[in-house]
Design a protein around this ligand. Structure first.
Ligand SMILES: FC(F)(F)Cc1cc2c(N3CCN(c4nnc(C(F)(F)F)s4)CC3)ncnc2s1
Length: 494
């Protein structure tokens, strides 16, 4: 490892955002591979100093701060934490022998050992979902890490030891590592969710969890070192409290994401592009592409690189349309998100995406119906068969998600808002939606594509047609869906 000696000490002391950008630029362009521990400690220290109020800190005279000025970060602070991390890791595992001619690859035992040393140095009990627990600064100063932070620390630890084959693998709600000569070995290194026994050391689920959204049909983001930098930048959390963000931290995150974007390191990382889109929606950077284009690029990346098995690119976009009152577009994005989730079986590890769909179905869509049915206008979405088609596709995807799953998805809480929404469309509008039924062969082909990881998206056409894998139904569309859900609700009530 280049080690602390290697970096230009000229960048210190850090007093503003642009000097942090310079350090990242240097690490990404000038050094053989970016030093994950160094960069995580630096952004963690900056984030901590601006978001974690220090109760007994002397009231700093609020001298007029440059918009991008930061509390001074001294080199000795960073260097001592950096050396501490090296000492912790090297105390547990011997580094790769430098002189060895042939490349040395990590083994499962080495990965497990690094995971163990991180795991066993975490403080006994703390609130795991708290903010600002993602960086090595948090680990080294407070012995606290969140689920992502543990996985990142393991990869940074393996980099310290000289194992350049160990990389971070990311799904939409979990993280693990890949390693070995071909990068095909996988290992759990952190926990997931609440109250689940951790599976650290085991390879990634081959069993039932393989069909769950949590492992994205074995289409995770496999990081390069630079994409691991993008992950630590994405994980920067500017929130001060539920209502406010620390302006300088958000600005730092936004500028670092643009640096990584320009260097091409976000191209295969849809969630990072989505994060940048969210930041640009809040505060657009002059001369940069607009946020709606970023959301489209995230979708294109997921379709291109991950056979359209990721949900978040569509819910990033749907959230943007919703906040900007573009309701028909929001319905389409959410229906596209639903077309992804329908390909999975719901498992108890999928709570995060369940909550996402629950909020869309039971909060966001009802809110739209309320505001749309109060004002009466000719171009109201209630007059558009297209909107009705999107909503049917949205609900049908959730129903299909449930089909074949060990865990039920829908319950009475879903039915009322659903029926309420569908019944806001008049029969004459509903009648304009052509129901095109997929054959059983289509379903078998879809299943085949899922198993063979090919992009079997038989998305229905995005016009007034709406495809349901059901028998031909002559009653106005949506009725059998309502009947299906009401009958389920009735049986649930019995
Ligand atoms: F490593 C884990 F376990 F934490 C899984 C990861 C999550 C995540 C992320 N997220 C999660 C999704 N996320 C979303 N924010 N808004 C979302 C949407 F609902 F609007 F789509 S999704 C915030 C950033 N952003 C970059 N990289 C990662 S890797």
């Amino acid at each position: 490892m280049a080690g602390f000696r290697g970096i230009d000490k000229a960048f210190f002391p850090i007093k503003n955002v642009s000097s942090v950008i310079e350090i990242f630029k240097h690490q990404l362009e000038k050094v053989s591979e970016p030093d994950l521990a160094l960069l995580s400690i630096i952004v963690g220290a900056v984030e901590n100093s601006l978001t974690c109020s220090r109760p007994n800190a002397p009231l700093q005279l609020c001298e007029p701060m440059e918009p991008s000025s930061l509390p001074t970060l001294e080199i000795h602070t960073v260097e001592s934490l950096y050396n501490k991390f090296h000492a912790i890791i090297k105390s547990a595992v011997d580094p790769v022998v430098k002189t060895s001619r042939e490349k040395v690859y990590a083994t499962r035992e080495i990965v497990k050992k690094v995971s163990d040393v991180v795991w066993n140095t975490l403080s006994r009990s703390y609130y795991k979902d708290r903010a600002h627990l993602q960086s090595l600064y948090s680990y080294l100063t407070g012995n606290k890490l969140d689920c992502f932070g543990v996985a990142f620390a393991v990869v940074a630890g393996c980099q310290v030891l000289g194992y350049s084959d160990v990389h971070l693998a990311l799904s939409e709600d979990h993280a693990w590592v890949v390693f070995g000569q071909y990068g095909t070995e996988t290992a759990e290194v952190t926990w997931h969710g609440k109250g689940n026994e951790d599976k650290r050391g085991q390879e990634i689920g081959k069993g039932v969890s393989a069909r769950s959204w949590l492992y994205v049909n074995n289409k995770p983001v496999i990081c390069t070192r630079a994409m691991e930098v993008a992950a630590l930048v994405s994980a920067i959390n500017p929130s001060l409290n539920t209502a406010h963000d620390a302006y300088e931290v958000a600005l730092l995150q936004q500028e670092l994401l643009w640096l990584l974007y320009d260097l091409g390191h976000l191209a295969k990382y849809p969630m990072a592009i989505g994060n940048l889109g969210d930041l640009e929606e809040i505060s657009a950077t002059a001369g940069r592409i607009p946020c709606d284009v970023l959301f489209k690029e995230a979708i294109a990346s997921a379709r291109q690189n991950y056979t359209n098995m990721h949900v978040y690119p569509y819910t990033y976009q749907g959230g943007y349309f919703y906040r900007n009152k573009m309701y028909e577009e929001a319905f389409e994005s959410w229906a596209n998100a639903s077309d992804v989730i329908r390909k999975y079986n719901y498992s108890r590890d999928d709570e995060e995406i369940y909550k996402e769909f629950l909020e869309i179905a039971n909060e966001l869509i009802p809110h739209i119906m309320k505001v749309e049915s109060s004002g009466f206008s000719a171009n109201s979405i209630l007059k558009k068969p297209q909107c009705f088609a999107h909503l049917l596709r949205f609900y049908d995807g959730i129903c299909q998600w449930e089909e074949g799953s060990a865990t039920p998805v829908l319950h009475i809480g879903w039915a009322k808002p659903l029926v309420n929404t569908i019944s806001k469309f008049d029969a004459d509008v509903r009648a304009k939606v052509n129901i095109i039924c997929e054959t059983a062969e289509d379903r078998i082909e879809q299943q085949h594509n899922f198993n063979n990881h090919s992009n079997g998206s038989t998305n229905c056409l995005n016009n007034n047609n709406y495809c349901v894998p059901k028998k031909q139904d002559l009653s106005p569309p949506g009725t059998d869906l309502i009947n299906a859900i009401e009958s389920k609700v009735n049986s649930a009530e019995e």
